[in-house]
Design a protein around this ligand. Structure first.
Ligand SMILES: C[S@@+](CC[C@H](N)C(=O)[O-])C[C@H]1O[C@@H](n2cnc3c(N)ncnc32)[C@H](O)[C@@H]1O
Length: 258
């Protein structure tokens, strides 16, 4: 594949520097996408992207799908911290948490850091899943670049990361709090008994029908009183129909519990 041509086009069209992403996975992703839109080569592909704004937008989404960072939308994680204290009694209960579509692990490790902050002597269970084995391997490594930790407060950065040259490695103490597993939100069955499910920045790629199906399964997977935390553009307009209450703009609660 002539990656250079696509790289130049993407830089010009979307302002994204693909050389920062250059990896087998990205090439595989682009090839998959090219196949889907029926492009036989790079020139044909670039023509399609130039002519069809809708496909062009989808391609951009496709490219950024693995992007993640610690404390993504920081204010919302601060809100989550308050809601965990308010609703889940983490001092008393050992919480079972699921970070669904966790990508490179920044999200489940953020949860582990928050819980360590509020209950330093307690070990909660965090399951982190993704459909993509490559990102799961990266997540298990727990090594991040500056951009991915840019929202981490300095004191937390010092406490929970080891800086190795220009990279940031999550400390073992936090790493071992998270179990990573491959899981497809569409095809696989869901575990149950969760106090908190975090699913952010993935359902935007799914149809409304699939979204509803996933939210229904999350509802079943949550304990009564459990919380569902979604992405900053993903408020669930039909949350009542699905059985949830609103705990805040991006946090929903399954009624019941204490
Ligand atoms: C943009 S990332 C979101 C990462 C993290 N949740 C966040 O908000 O920063 C989307 C992730 O969803 C994963 N994904 C896509 N389709 C999926 C599916 N059907 N089941 C599980 N994960 C999926 C991708 O592999 C990718 O890692």
């Amino acid at each position: 594949m002539d990656f250079d041509k696509i790289e130049k086009f993407v830089a010009k069209e979307y302002g994204i520097n693909l050389s920062a992403y250059k990896s087998k996975q990205l090439i595989r992703r682009i090839e998959n996408f090219m196949q889907r839109v029926g492009a036989k080569n790079e020139i044909e592909f670039i023509n399609i992207l130039s002519m069809d704004k809708n496909i062009s937008k989808k391609f951009l989404d496709h490219l950024t799908i693995n992007v993640s960072e610690f404390f993504r939308n920081k204010d919302l994680f601060l809100d989550l911290e308050r809601k965990i204290k308010e609703h889940l009694n983490p001092e008393k209960n050992t919480l079972k948490i699921w970070s669904a579509a966790c990508s490179i692990g920044a999200e489940p490790y953020t949860l582990a850091i928050i819980l360590d902050k509020i209950t330093p002597n307690k070990k909660h269970n965090i399951l982190a899943t993704d459909i993509d084995q490559t990102v799961l391997e990266q997540a298990k490594q727990g090594i991040y670049n500056k951009n991915e930790v840019k929202n981490v407060d300095d004191d937390l950065l010092k406490k929970y990361f080891i800086q190795v040259q220009d990279k940031y490695q999550i400390i073992d103490e936090i790493k071992k709090r998270v179990i990573f597993k491959k899981h497809d939100l569409i095809m696989d069955s869901y575990e149950t008994g969760f106090d908190l499910i975090v699913c952010r920045n993935v359902v935007i790629y799914f149809t409304q029908e699939t979204k509803n199906e996933i939210y229904r399964k999350f509802y079943t997977s949550l304990k009564p009183g459990g919380l569902l935390f979604v992405g900053a553009t993903e408020s669930i307009y039909n949350y009542r129909e699905l059985g949830f209450e609103k705990a805040s703009t991006f946090i929903y609660r399954k009624p019941g519990g204490n």
